[in-house]
Design a protein around this ligand. Structure first.
Ligand code: NAD
Length: 630
């Protein structure tokens, strides 16, 4: 017969991410100039108590003396702590709902603030065992109820013993006093909870580590928000990826390993074996060999725009979805292009360098407003079309040329040919993509067609423009000014020298491929790429994937989701559905998208399934990958 399970859960640094008395001190001592020292001292006393180096009662007395708080500080404390409930508790409310009679909060903290917080999650007030403050008439906290078992040494074991629980008892906590319950023989298993703090001493004593509540629920096969604990998902982030991205993945509960540089193929082959999420920038090559050695890889995040460094087809054939950040720096490039157009029209680069050499050259010669001029945009994609809008808003007439039919934004007009654009623009700005065929599409012939006195801007790709020809046309005066951010040959790093025939030319702005390099763009990338990966892992949605067929899926509720990735061969969908029918499974929703290489089928089913069905689905000829999501 199944025994009743009881769950003893600690509050500080377990249910919430922090130690409540530290936060209380921040509030009560906010006007005290020694606040920082006091908080440090409290933390140190807390740690000594947690590690078992100081008796609990002594540590509590010392801390309360320093905190010097008042009852009126408590509402703010409750408010702050409510926002700091550990994420894995926040998402596992279904577990709390189901087991509310068997969940006990047993804490050396204080009921005065614990009850208002945990009761919002449905935990019963009578199941909260914790200390109680004593206040004086003015509301000052002057001590604690020394009659309360939890104020004394060995309080938690004594409290649990008094409950006389008949069944299996599990303790989840981060401190020594939690372990004491197990040590006293009052619990079957002690899980060291490490989502917020990790105390080696406690881990050594624990039966299991629970990096989150999910891991505990998974190991005990209990109701949980995630079918698979996130802490078992390992993310490897190379090349100094922005801290925001690391934090985003950590907040999701993944185990994140960071490596500051790129990796060679051999290094990555070794490192990738148990990795589920790989993050790279432009230096690391994700080759077929790397992918063949990746046994658990679900997704690769390119924390940049380009994805040439990844063998996208090999990834597809392994069922690995690749995501990048295609428009995270669009705005940054556009702002720079616009600024440079204005600078060049005013002849500012020359004036600025003269000023630095002590030459005062006040003159309007060669300086023009941009208002009323015609800007010709070559490549009306993300950047080109955004530039169109901003340029028009300051009075520039915009025309564009694109290989594809594009919607003209605002009052912009499409040119029938590149030649037409070149002949009729005062400013030419290139924003085509980096495809091979775009090599040298702007050279002598094109410069020859341009108007005399044209301003020329290239922030797209270095190989698109013949820079020798550009240099000649700047020197012969046909081009009034030029701005170039991307070059056919760019130095490998900041330590390598830069060489170009454009160096030293008049009214020429040269920048080191920084069009998209802003902190905002970095932050956008750090936010965008992890959000796509997390969405893919959680729901199967492949929106914005570079290699997978794009499907946006509804969030799942009250159903299981089967994700089946297979070679795009005829008959596979029918076979999947035959298997589901054979097992009597009713399909709630089904989504299919294919490309030349794979078929991606998502099936939502509305009842519990037998493990057999999974085996059968995995055996379907041509299966590349199969996952089950809640
Ligand atoms: P995009 O793919 O959204 O747009 C490119 C557009 O160019 C598409 O509409 C395409 O149809 C069109 N096109 C391609 N070849 C063409 C041709 N020969 N003639 C006319 N139109 C053509 O790309 P995007 O995000 O707008 O980026 C544009 C360029 O900017 C890319 O080359 C990208 O690498 C570069 N970029 C540079 C920086 C930087 O730091 N300087 C930053 C981001 C992007």
């Amino acid at each position: 017969m199944n025994q009743t399970k009881y769950f003893i859960i600690d509050f500080d640094s377990t249910f919430t991410q922090v130690e409540a008395l530290d936060v209380l001190a921040e509030i009560s001592l906010k006007d005290n100039e020694n606040q920082a020292n006091a908080i440090e001292e409290i933390k140190s006393i807390t740690d000594q108590g947690m590690d078992g180096c100081m008796s609990f009662r002594e540590s509590l007395k010392k801390r309360l003396d320093i905190v010097n708080a008042n009852q009126k500080d408590l509402p703010e404390l409750v408010d702050r702590l409510s926002k700091l409930v550990s994420p894995s508790f926040q998402r596992n409310t279904a577990f709390i709902d189901k087991y509310r009679d068997q969940i006990y909060i047993v804490s050396n903290g204080f009921k005065d603030f614990i009850v208002p917080i945990v009761s919002k999650f449905g935990i019963k007030e009578e199941n909260v065992f914790a200390n109680e403050f004593i206040y004086n008439e003015a509301g000052a906290i002057i001590g604690f109820n020394e009659e309360n078992m939890l104020s004394a040494n060995n309080g938690k074991p004594n409290q649990i013993a008094s409950l006389n629980l008949k069944g299996e008892v599990f303790v989840l906590g981060d401190g020594y006093t939690d372990y004491e319950i197990k040590k006293a023989g009052l619990a079957h298993k002690f899980y060291a909870f490490t989502e917020n703090v990790r105390r080696e001493k406690i881990l050594n004593e624990a039966d299991h580590e629970a990096p989150s509540l999910d891991e505990f629920l998974f190991s005990q096969k209990l109701e949980r928000a995630h079918s698979y604990p996130k802490n078992r998902i390992k993310a490897l982030m190379l090349e100094n990826i922005h801290e925001g991205a690391i934090q985003r993945l950590k907040n999701e509960g993944y185990q994140v390993e960071i490596y500051p540089a790129g990796m060679t193929e051999d290094e990555l082959v070794k490192a990738i074996k148990d990795v589920s999420v790989l993050g790279i920038r432009s230096k690391t090559q994700v080759t077929k060999k790397v992918l063949d050695n990746a046994k658990r890889l679900l997704s690769v995040g390119a924390f940049c725009i380009g994805t040439n460094q990844i063998d996208l087809n090999a990834a597809l054939k392994k069922g690995v979805a690749v995501f990048n950040a295609p428009f995270s720096n669009t705005r940054s490039v556009v702002e720079l292009a616009l600024a440079e157009i204005i600078m060049l029209m005013r002849n500012l680069p020359d004036k600025m360098s003269e000023m630095h050499k002590g030459k005062w050259n006040k003159s309007a010669n060669g300086s023009f407003e941009v208002r009323g001029k015609t800007l010709g945009i070559i490549g009306y994609g993300k950047i080109g079309s955004q530039l169109s809008i901003l340029a028009e808003s300051i009075g520039i007439n915009v025309q564009y040329y694109d290989l594809e039919e594009k919607l003209a934004l605002g009052n912009a007009t499409a040119c029938p040919s590149l030649e037409h654009l070149l002949k009729s623009s005062d400013i030419v700005s290139v924003h085509v993509d980096g495809r091979e065929e775009n090599k040298l599409i702007i050279g002598s012939n094109e410069f020859e067609l341009m108007k005399h006195g044209v301003v020329f801007v290239n922030l797209s790709r270095g190989h698109v423009v013949d820079v020798d020809a550009l240099a000649r046309y700047i020197e012969n005066g046909k081009i009034h000014g030029a701005s170039v951010d991307v070059f056919p040959e760019e130095p490998l790093s900041n330590d390598h020298p830069f060489q170009s025939p454009l160096m030293g030319l008049k009214n020429t702005i040269l920048t080191p491929h920084v069009g998209g390099s802003t902190l905002e763009a970095q932050e956008n990338i750090a936010d965008f790429v992890p959000s796509k990966i997390i969405e893919y892992i959680n729901t199967g949605s492949t929106t914005n994937s570079v290699n997978f067929p794009n499907i946006t899926l509804p969030t799942l509720s009250q159903a299981h989701r089967f994700i089946h990735i297979h070679k795009n061969e005829p008959g596979i969908l029918a076979e999947i559905n035959n298997i589901l029918a054979k097992h009597g499974i009713n399909i709630g929703g089904q989504y299919l998208k294919t490309n030349d290489i794979i078929g991606y089928v998502i099936t939502d089913i509305d009842k519990n399934y037998q493990e057999e069905v999974i085996k059968d689905l995995k055996l379907v000829q041509g299966t590349l990958r199969f996952r089950v999501l809640y």
